[in-house]
Design a protein around this ligand. Structure first.
Ligand code: PLP
Length: 394
């Protein structure tokens, strides 16, 4: 028998302060190790029921169709577009970052004509611009925006856009990958018809599941489709027959990942959803104050900055990649670089879920300040940490 060389699996322990994944909660880590049962086992049925009930709490919805789609956040996005759009439909999409551009691609692949409402990367989509796009068409089927643009750090206000979508009888689809559990989000109160997220950000779970919810208005649209949903795997009618009392087999559910999500949601329920959102606000704002005290400039539009993910401009003359490599090698900290037009222009620092702690805020500021001091950006030593500590009210 020939032998194959391989590395023993021994991943380093990182402090994950990038755009995701974030660190996994120890309770979630333990849940993954629980014994596997069959996907039709009655015990798994109770796990599924609990998971759906807990997801309704974090989405703040009563929607019956609320379950995790197997796959990462992009599977949630694709499920949103391929179920609710079909050839001949028109969609209005706010385009102000990498993930909203991906939405456009998804909508076009579903056969829809897309009216793009552009905004500079880092700024929000203005409701007036959405209304102009809605007015320009005879019938718009769906309006889509990203709530928390992970590529820019902008937090999109949703209530005005929701009101417009209702007024023009269009569905509202919202990407909440970087907001669910970490920023205020109220699916029912805000009139969101379809919403999806990812397990690996503010939920402190590994990547692999896409929490998804859709209301009755959206389901009525789904039932009235002229063509079959082009994706068999992401067909919500088939998936909801499994995520229901009938438990019709569709695909073998990723059992351990559902355990993990169940536990991650239970962790949030134990902390309290509001307390989790407040924790993200406190730490995100302390980080931002510390970065500004270091003489750095925040990228996202003032007044519309995410707490869960901060974007900061790279000072002139500083080497983007070298700083990120030094953070990783010297401090074990991962942060993200810019995407698309913001590549080399910004850093993206996430404080999500289990990663969102005071220790991480202070360590990240200390490490960045130390490294920047030797990379040509002089700052008063300790100023960023002192500012953040004051901001945290310590
Ligand atoms: C806003 C947003 N939408 C969609 C995605 C895609 O999610 P995934 O990478 O889990 O497929 C991401 C990933 O970071 C995201 O931040």
């Amino acid at each position: 028998m020939s032998s194959t060389a391989y590395h023993t699996l021994n991943p380093p322990l990182r402090i994950l302060l990038g755009p995701g994944p974030s660190n996994v909660h120890p309770r979630v880590q333990r849940a993954i190790q629980a014994p596997i049962v069959g996907h039709l086992d009655p015990y798994f049925g109770t796990v599924m029921e609990d998971t759906m009930a807990l997801l309704r709490i974090v989405f703040r919805t009563q929607n019956k169709l609320t379950f995790p789609v197997s796959g990462t956040g992009s599977a949630g996005m694709e499920a949103g577009f391929c179920n609710f759009l079909e050839p001949g439909d028109v969609a209005v999409i706010g385009v102000n970052g990498f993930f909203s551009e991906r939405m456009v691609d998804n909508a076009q692949r579903a056969g829809a004509t897309v009216i793009q409402v552009p905004a500079e990367w880092g700024r929000i989509i203005e409701a007036e611009a959405v209304e102009t796009a809605l007015k320009s068409q005879k019938k718009v089927k769906l309006v889509a925006v990203v709530h928390a643009e992970t590529s820019t750090g902008a937090l999109q206000p949703l209530t005005d856009i929701s009101r417009l979508a209702k007024q023009y009888e269009a569905l509202l689809l919202v990407d909440a990958v970087t907001s669910l559990g970490g920023q205020e989000l109220a699916v029912d109160d805000w009139g969101i018809d379809i919403c999806y997220s990812g397990s690996q950000k503010c939920l402190s779970c590994p990547p692999g599941l896409a929490p998804f919810t859709a209301n009755q208005t959206a389901l009525t649209v789904l039932q009235a489709r002229k063509h079959k949903v082009p994706s068999w795997y992401l067909d919500l009618s088939l998936l909801s027959a499994y995520w229901s009392a009938n438990r019709f087999y569709h695909h073998t559910a990723p059992i351990s990942m559902v355990y993990a999500l169940h536990e991650a949601l239970a962790v949030i329920a134990d902390e309290g959803l509001e307390a989790s959102i407040q924790r993200h606000a406190r730490h995100g704002q302390a980080l931002q104050a510390g970065l500004e005290a270091m003489g750095l400039t925040l990228h996202a539009q003032k007044g519309h900055r995410l707490n869960t993910l901060t974007t900061v401009r790279i000072p002139p003359g500083v080497d983007d990649l070298r700083v990120r490599q030094r953070l990783l090698n010297e401090f074990g900290i991962e942060i993200g670089g810019g995407l698309g037009p913001l590549k080399g222009q910004i850093w993206r620092i996430g404080l999500m879920g289990q990663s969102c702690t005071s220790q991480n805020v202070l360590l990240c500021l200390y490490a960045l300040e130390r490294i920047l001091a030797t990379e040509g950006h002089r700052v008063e030593p300790g100023i960023s940490v002192t500012t953040a500590i004051k901001n945290l009210g310590r």
